[in-house]
Design a protein around this ligand. Structure first.
Ligand code: AMP
Length: 287
């Protein structure tokens, strides 16, 4: 595995692979790797000849007052895990490489960016995500880029972006990887105290509750959301949102007559966590 700092060097190293028609996979990450990231790398290793992982804590997607400065960061540990997972090229640029002086372009994805995380964290969040992902796709020109269902809205935004801007890449969305008790793996779990960790499982319990109700015949979205909120309350969690939406348009669903995305965001102590499940009236999946 090679670690690359510059766009020019990464492009140079990928020229041969592209010319030879090799299948290139990209896994964008912000580091602090865990089993969730490793599952994306494993999928990329299975499906691609060359695996590129980016490690870049993208300042553009953090609002003022969010956890940019304290975001966990240990490049040496991440590089070891990436190497073990079969990454060929680790792209770890400095902020100045990605956003040099004079940088002035933003990619704004309308509609699907505006609800859930977009409403809660502000429009700048997905603007930052869409801009950096567009840059990474232009730099690497992968055949496939891998994202996690854990960030369901992000995957929807990126699919919209590549369709709208005619970027020739397939977007693979990999299932959410969870701890044994159901808590979705997240780099931010490292911030949880033991007590907060015990409460944090409430998010997945609430989603499970919603999915079970839907599978057993509940069709009313607000009744389902109320039951899920009750479960959250049992873990002393007050959600920022708990919404039942269409998995593709992210528009609110009132009557559950097809698969829905149940998405939740909540602070547990000072740690902001998100999770979701795709629930269908006849079966559940996504966890
Ligand atoms: P991040 O480093 O948090 O930006 O995440 C990088 C990629 O890993 C994103 O596509 C995430 O959706 C994905 N990811 C994060 N956590 C998980 C998880 N628990 N299961 C599956 N994918 C995940």
């Amino acid at each position: 595995m090679q670690t690359i700092r510059t766009i020019a060097e990464l492009r140079r190293l990928l020229d041969g692979a592209h010319a030879a028609g090799e299948r290139v996979g990209l896994v964008p990450t912000m580091g602090a790797l865990h089993e969730g990231h490793l599952s994306l790398l494993e999928a990329a290793r299975e499906q691609c000849d060359v695996v590129v992982m980016s490690l870049f804590v993208n300042p553009a997607q953090f609002a003022a007052g969010e956890d940019l400065d304290s975001y966990p960061c240990d490049e040496a540990a991440d590089a070891e895990l990436a190497r073990g997972a079969g990454v060929d090229l680790l792209f770890a640029p400095l902020v100045e490489e990605m956003y040099p002086a004079g940088f002035a372009t933003s990619v704004i994805v309308g509609g699907v960016s505006e609800t859930l995380e977009g409403a809660e964290r502000g429009a700048g969040h997905f603007e930052g995500v869409a801009t950096v992902v567009t840059k990474l796709l232009n730099i690497v020109a992968p055949d496939v880029a891998f994202f996690g269902q854990k960030d369901a809205q992000q995957a929807v935004v990126i699919k919209r972006l590549v369709a709208d801007l005619d970027i020739p890449v397939a977007i693979a969305v990999c299932p959410t990887v969870r701890e044994a008790d159901g808590l979705a793996r997240s780099s931010r779990n490292a911030y949880l105290s033991a007590d907060e960790r015990a409460h944090a499982v409430g998010l997945s319990r609430a989603l499970e509750q919603a999915a079970t109700l839907i599978a057993s015949g509940e069709r009313d979205s607000s009744a389902t959301a109320t039951a899920a909120r009750r479960e959250l309350a049992a873990y002393a969690i007050e959600p920022e949102y708990l919404d039942i939406v269409d998995p593709e348009t992210l528009e609110a669903v009132a009557q559950i007559d097809r698969s829905v995305l149940v998405a939740v965001a909540a602070k547990v102590g000072r740690v902001r966590l998100i999770d979701n499940v795709v629930a269908s009236p006849t079966r559940t999946n996504g966890r």
